[in-house]
Design a binder for this molecule. Structure first.
Ligand code: UGA
Length: 434
């Protein structure tokens, strides 16, 4: 089938590439000319494991092309996915102007008899697809509209695309359903569950999923604080609770708080939507507050461990909001660095892939090319992202080059015994410090 993706950002590029891999003819369009030229030359604008390989394979097979031109991009396509950004407004609501800009551009290059399916993949407030449908009707066009939210995680997006727990679609008629079933057919054949509902519920499922997962994390993070106070162990607690299938083990890893371009934005948007509709959402508002307070709490732990921050050199390992990505948007690591810096710390950071992105928002800290160089003369090491390369630190070498042997492992990835045997004072999350 011929498919167009409007927006070659994270969602559009991964989904478009993977649909091409499934055998469809995909055109990815973006208005950013530089990005498109780079993609045409095989250069990816994001770091995502395995994606480059799939992009190159699909380009070589002729299934994947990139363009900035709306006319050629949608001329032959049966389905147009809108996968543009929906950044947060000051109110907490979602800014939909990129969505409507995309719709306008589609309308401009199509005739009154064109009958295509427009699928909104961007995360949009419930009611948006129906508003878009109304807008299209008001312009005398007859495109059909559907919702198909994405559930890809950065860092494992390719795997998530090929092995989803479910695909959610929201449609208003059977023919849209059939078209969407057709493009997902290769995955449906492998047993994928396609869940079909009305369009507004589909939009709301996306916000609910992200909000529920964020709430699980906020819950376990506050349980971790309690564990530290009373001498319980958060990892055993998470497992003991998570083994109950009704709760589940996933997303119960305590840490420095959740970040990224989705959870923080989507929980604020859902809170805004409930307020607009005169509904209370006490739990979600508590999740927002708990997560906003987390970086300050983490900075407090650093200060307590090293006896004040002012003038001390601190080595920060990890800047991306989680491992497997170079994305630093709403990264707790960045927020913690900012707080420590305000409190007078001299920070030297190392991240295997995210330093270029971090430099843009944190220009005034130093960056080092390795763990050892970041740690030279440091009073403490703080681990803020769970990169595999941080799980086995060279303790013996670190002991020789650091000013004091203190490690704060805010992702609980180190072997405590090894750290302690090497003479380090070891602090983790959710376990009493001995
Ligand atoms: C999230 C959702 O998991 C995806 O299903 C969704 O498609 C995506 O948002 C989106 O809306 O586009 P993502 O933001 O890539 O995906 O990252 P997650 O793996 O969900 O992690 C989010 C944050 O939670 C990270 O900062 C991570 O470190 C933190 N986290 C996650 C924890 O602190 N503990 C956990 O147990 C899990």
């Amino acid at each position: 089938m011929n498919i167009t993706f409007i927006g070659a950002g994270y969602v559009g590029l991964v989904s478009g590439t993977m649909f091409a891999h499934l055998g469809h003819k995909v055109t990815c369009l973006d208005t950013d000319e530089r990005k498109i030229v780079e993609l045409q030359n095989g250069k990816l604008p994001i770091y995502e494991p395995e994606l480059e390989l799939y992009v190159k394979q699909s380009m070589a097979s002729g299934n994947l092309t990139f363009t900035t031109d709306y006319g050629s991009a949608i001329k032959d396509s049966q389905i147009i996915f809108i996968a543009v950004g929906t950044p947060p407004l000051d109110s907490g609501g979602a800014d939909l102007h990129y969505v409507f800009e995309a719709v306008d551009s589609i309308l401009k290059v199509t005739g009154p008899d064109d009958d295509k399916l427009i699928v909104i993949k961007s995360t949009v407030p419930p009611g948006t697809c129906l508003k878009v449908a109304e807008y299209i009707r008001s312009k005398g066009k007859k495109f059909k509209i559907a919702s198909n939210p994405e559930f890809l995680r950065e860092g494992s997006a390719v795997w998530d695309f090929l092995n989803p727990d479910r695909i959610v679609i929201g449609t208003t008629n059977i023919s849209s359903n059939q078209l969407l079933e057709e493009i997902y057919a290769p995955l449906i054949k492998q047993g994928l569950q396609l869940f079909s509902t009305d369009i507004t519920t589909s939009e709301l499922i996306k916000y609910s999923s992200n909000s529920f997962l964020a709430t699980k994390i906020a819950f376990i993070n506050e349980m971790a604080d309690l564990c530290e106070q009373i001498g319980a162990n958060i990892e055993d607690l998470a497992l003991g609770v998570g083994l109950d299938k009704r709760i589940g083990k996933e997303f119960l890893k305590a840490g420095p708080g959740f970040g990224g371009s989705c959870f923080p934005k989507d929980i604020l948007a859902l809170s805004h939507i409930t307020k607009q509709n005169n509904c209370a959402f006490h739990i979600l508002n508590a999740t927002i507050k708990a997560n906003q307070e987390r970086p300050m709490k983490m900075a407090g732990k650093v200060s307590a461990a090293i006896g004040g921050i002012q003038g001390k050199k601190i080595a920060v390992l990890g800047l991306s909001f989680k491992a497997g990505t170079d994305d630093v948007r709403s990264s707790p690591a960045i927020e913690i660095c900012q707080i420590l810096q305000q409190q007078g710390a001299e920070i030297c950071a190392f991240d295997p892939v995210a330093m270029d992105n971090a430099r843009v928002i944190l220009p005034d800290i130093s960056y080092a090319p390795s763990i050892l160089e970041a740690s030279k003369d440091a009073r403490a090491i703080i681990i803020l992202t769970e990169w595999p390369e941080f799980t086995q630190l060279p303790f013996a070498e670190l002991a020789l080059i650091m000013k004091s042997r203190i490690i704060l492992d805010f992702r609980n990835i180190l072997n405590e015994e090894l750290a302690v045997n090497a003479g380090f004072e070891y602090y983790s999350i959710g376990k009493k410090h001995e």
